[in-house]
Design a protein around this ligand. Sequence first.
Ligand code: NAD
Length: 322
Amino acid sequence: MKITIAGAGAMGCRFGAALAASGHDVRLLDGWEAHVAAINDYGLRVTDERGTRAVRVPAALFRAARFPATADDVPPADLVIVFAKATATAAVAAAAAGAIRPAMRVLTLQNGLGNIEALLPYVPRERLLAGTTTLGTELVGPGHIRALGSGETVLGGLASQSAISAQRIVADFSSAGLLSRASADVMAVIWAKVAFNCVMNSLCTIASIPVSALARYPGFDDLAGTILAEVATVAAAEGVRVDTGAALALMKAQFDPAASGNHLASTLQDLLNGRPTEIAHLNGAIASRAVAHGLAAPANALITQLVGLLEATHDRRVTSLR
Ligand code: NAD
């Protein structure tokens, strides 16, 4: 299959490397010049428990701000996987709009709410697929990723006629070593991950702690329950059921260092790297969608503001007594 990956950070590279190594014709598009150059010069280096290897995958520079793209910039592909940060989806989609051809399928596995809405103006509903992945991956430096442990990718079409496309992608991903399954209710899958991230990413970021440290806080169930109740109310207004009990149980299972206990939430990693977080697509989206539905989500609104404060002041943090 010809696959283009739009946004080749940690996750785009993880999927790109696995799919290229299993024989697919993969092309990476990314806006970080040094990263693109390193991938083309030395191969995409992947470190995992087996060591470090270089995978040959062509990469091209694609800066949303500099395009609109033409068909020459984005060569024909059967599948485009969008793996930009959620904050960049709208710009990437608008820039790539001129290169999206009738036969292409487009898949988003990004975190947060709003990716589907950003893509739909450019991709017909029956050719758009969406989902989530729990594979953990870090960008070590230009052209180099660290693939962490195992995880599952769940995806499905937004329209019933996409079920066959979803099954085919699942088969290709699975044979590339990317454990995957199809879901007939992909919005429930996406919302379940949003619920998880609205609690875990935001609390770990505000407290500046790894996931396991949340276990020490006796008020965790109360705090998580407040955030989750708001998420579930907004989801219900959009016709999606979020199982808050299951979400809480899943979170607590991650406290174990053998699960994700030592993991640093992506929002915290973004903050520490001085990069924009996806908070507007997590708690921020819950707060704004609540308003749109005539509901209130004060906990999620406050969390969004607190993370905004942390982002604006990240280089002024006091880390010791003066
Ligand atoms: P990322 O931060 O690795 O990369 C995002 C973009 O930022 C890329 O274009 C990358 O090239 C650029 N970038 C990163 N470091 C840079 C630097 N130092 N200088 C210049 N540019 C730089 O993003 P990601 O982790 O691949 O996330 C993509 C999507 O997948 C997000 O929606 C994320 O929430 C989701 N996701 C990530 C993981 C994970 O473990 N990384 C897991 C599941 C879902």
